[in-house]
Design a binder for this molecule. Structure first.
Ligand SMILES: Nc1nc2c(ncn2[C@@H]2O[C@H](COP(=O)(O)OP(=O)(O)OP(=O)(O)O)[C@@H](O)[C@H]2O)c(=O)[nH]1
Ligand SMILES: [Mg+2]
Length: 315
């Protein structure tokens, strides 16, 4: 009998719905700018190619414009998976017909090299409506938070203009908060990119979609709860029989209990928190929150290997 969970229990939606004011405002700003846009590049995380894309973009932003789907952070999945993902998208997702895989941390990445030529081809073969007299191209970069939209702009600008750091980048979701000014990234042809804030759907589809987004940092960890994200990670690792966490958390054997993993992990890491007992004496307890953060960080820094989270959806 399998001793690991075969399904993850549903969790309170409120933990997974994150739609702060700047997202609603950002969406409105993006719609207003749309008439100045020739092409939309949607960036998403390559670990979740089928989960968590904001389907509202299709109706409000990208539907009428040439569209490229950039699956970024390709360094976090096996190279061999790219073909399977692309075939699946081409077959089943009508709004993912031009797909590129990129690593914004690698200037020489072949996907990065293909972004501008592909966008230019699509623009040239499109009807530019009110913009057919305009010489310059304007491309809007959209996506959910923290997938690397600003990083993509920076790496393209660096590649084509040899200039650095036009748009602020950060490891926490919600760095870019409004639609920014046009950023020139190429002289010939003259191309401008528009950076935008990461925008989620106001209502998350289901628990697993929300937790997959959380695991790759599209939500803010403390809002979801680090222990919950670590539990979902444990569930995914056990399902894959990936037991690298045993060493990372200082365990003797695999476990399906997040409480056990975090308590033993905190002891292994020698981290305690002091809590006040009912008689006002101080007690030292294992710092399970620290242990959860440690486990999530290990996943995000690749200590558990390259993991395509959506692999179950590709079967
Ligand atoms: N491993 C890896 N990390 C990346 C890559 N591209 C960006 N990152 C990291 O992902 C994080 C988010 O990058 P940003 O460019 O700020 O993402 P964003 O989509 O603009 O985020 P918001 O503005 O918050 O919506 C940063 O820590 C980047 O260093 C990549 O190709 N591979
Ligand atoms: Mg940004």
């Amino acid at each position: 009998m399998n001793r690991f969970r075969t399904a993850f229990p549903a969790v309170n939606r409120e933990l997974l719905n994150w739609f702060p004011g700047h997202m609603g405002k950002g969406m409105r700003q993006m719609q207003q700018k749309l008439k100045e846009v020739d092409c939309v590049i949607e960036v998403h995380d390559a670990r979740i190619p089928l989960s968590g894309r904001n389907s509202e973009f299709r109706y409000t932003i990208s539907g009428v414009k040439p569209h490229v789907l950039v699956l970024n952070k390709k360094d976090t999945i096996e190279r061999g998976a790219q073909k399977t993902i692309t075939e699946r998208l081409l077959r089943e997702e009508s709004d993912a017909q031009h797909v590129l895989f990129t690593n914004c941390k690698d200037q020489s990445c072949d996907g990065i090299r293909k972004v501008m030529p592909l966008a230019q081809d699509l623009i040239l073969s499109s009807n530019r409506f009110n913009r057919s007299d305009k010489k310059e191209y304007c491309i809007m970069i959209i996506g959910v938070p923290n997938v690397g939209k600003s990083s993509l702009i920076n790496v393209l600008r660096n590649r084509h203009l040899n200039k650095k750091g036009a748009s602020q980048v950060g490891a926490i979701a919600g760095i870019t908060r409004s639609v920014l000014h046009k950023i020139k990234i190429c002289e010939d042809p003259l191309v401008y990119l528009l950076d935008t804030p990461g925008i989620l759907k106001p209502n998350i589809a289901d628990t697993e979609t929300g937790l997959r987004l959380a695991l790759v940092s599209c939500l803010q960890d403390h809002l979801v709860g680090e222990e919950l994200i670590a539990d979902y990670l444990l569930y995914l690792l056990n399902r894959r029989e990936n037991f690298k966490y045993v060493d990372v958390m200082g365990l003797r054997e695999p476990s399906d209990s997040i409480d056990e993993v975090l308590v033993l992990g905190a002891r292994h890491l020698n981290r305690t928190v002091r809590i006040r007992n009912f008689d006002r004496t101080l007690l030292a307890r294992p710092d399970v929150n620290f242990a959860a953060k440690h486990m999530i960080k290990a996943f995000r820094t690749g200590a558990f290997g390259k993991i395509l989270i959506d692999d179950d959806k590709l079967l």
